[in-house]
Ligand binder design. Structure first.
Ligand SMILES: [Zn+2]
Length: 330
């Protein structure tokens, strides 16, 4: 069914799990991966981690570094910009922003840092200057912001991870968080952003469509949201992918060696085959009511496959990622 070599542009892989990653790549026809923020988030020294990645994978892996939000005293945006510059010189190809921006990161005075905080402007400007993209994850599934009870469609998952629930009064709601992100897109038209998880609104394709229309500097990736996007009417999903065929990036959110997010039930190499196969089935076939990748982790619903033509698949799997990350071509 599936013959294209594919770039998975959204993974989190610990340097200790490189051997597993290589086996997963070979078993699933992945030519390259984009590894996001794992060194910073787990406190692994940058140079050491990059050396390990480079030695084992060479050009087959690129790395996006994440800023350090532990020191948010005066001038933190400038310091993050300098750190990005150093890391890009040392081989990083992009910047990763985790969802905690807007939800948990605080400044030195204890105030939540909004996504569109002007103190971060030097960081966004630096990414533009360096010619590297920003993979930004803002908000989370809509269900994570809704009441935490058995009517919540992600109830089973939230019961396993109660700290993924953002329905409490201390959190902003889902849509206002995306509005903060949109103000950053607007203010930094020269910075290229990719919105993780279909711009974190796969439940509302019209919203994502409007963002892509309004912000030419925005891409979105497909990671970990086939479940949500595949519930929309199949013709609507297909039309979205055809209309935005130059702006959607293939990624899966494969996790190896980061315990809190380890893909459940897929701990070994063989376990990832059905995970990737479920992606190919969704994008390439016309099957109805199939299991989304990772089913039933997110919820017990099914999805309809969208039958993309070969030239669109090529852009989704490879071409758009090469354009998003100029350093991949080097
Ligand atoms: Zn991720």
């Amino acid at each position: 069914m599936h013959g294209h070599p594919v770039i998975d542009a959204h993974v989190h892989v610990h340097p200790d799990r490189i051997e597993t990653l290589i086996a997963v790549m070979e078993a699933n026809n992945l030519s390259r991966v984009v590894n996001l923020g794992i060194l910073e988030v787990l406190g692994i020294p940058f140079q050491e981690g990059m050396r390990a990645f480079c030695k084992a994978l060479g050009q087959r892996m690129v790395y996006f570094s994440a800023p350090d939000f532990r020191d948010t005293s005066l001038g933190f945006g400038e310091r993050m910009a300098e750190d990005l510059e150093r890391k890009v010189e040392a081989g990083a190809c992009g910047l990763k922003i985790f969802k905690w921006l807007g939800l948990r990161y605080k400044d030195a005075d204890g105030n939540l840092i909004p996504v569109d905080d002007p103190r971060l402007d030097p960081l966004w400007a630096k990414a533009a200057k360096l010619g590297v993209p920003v993979l930004i994850h803002t908000a989370d599934p809509v269900a994570f912001f809704q009441p935490f009870d058995e009517r919540n469609e992600r109830w089973e998952e939230l019961r396993r991870h109660p700290d993924w629930h953002f329905g409490g009064p201390e959190f902003l709601e889902h849509d206002p968080l995306l509005e903060q992100r949109n103000r950053v897109l607007e203010r930094h038209p020269g910075t290229i952003f990719s919105g993780a998880h279909l711009g974190e609104y796969p439940e509302n394709l019209a919203y994502v469509d409007a963002c892509l229309e309004r912000y030419p500097n925005l891409y979105v990736d497909t990671s970990a949201r086939i479940g949500e996007m595949g519930r929309n009417p199949v013709e609507e999903v297909r039309a979205f992918f055809l209309k935005h065929q130059d702006r959607v990036i293939f990624g899966t959110d494969l996790v190896l060696g980061w315990e809190i997010f380890e893909n459940e039930g897929q701990g070994n190499v063989a376990g990832f085959k059905p995970f990737y196969d479920a992606h190919w089935r969704f994008f390439e076939t016309d099957e109805r009511q199939i299991e989304y990748p990772g089913f039933p982790t997110q919820g017990r619903w099914k999805v309809d496959a969208i039958t993309l033509p070969d030239e669109v698949l090529e852009k989704l799997y490879v071409g758009n990622t090469l354009r998003l990350i100029p350093r991949l071509k080097e």
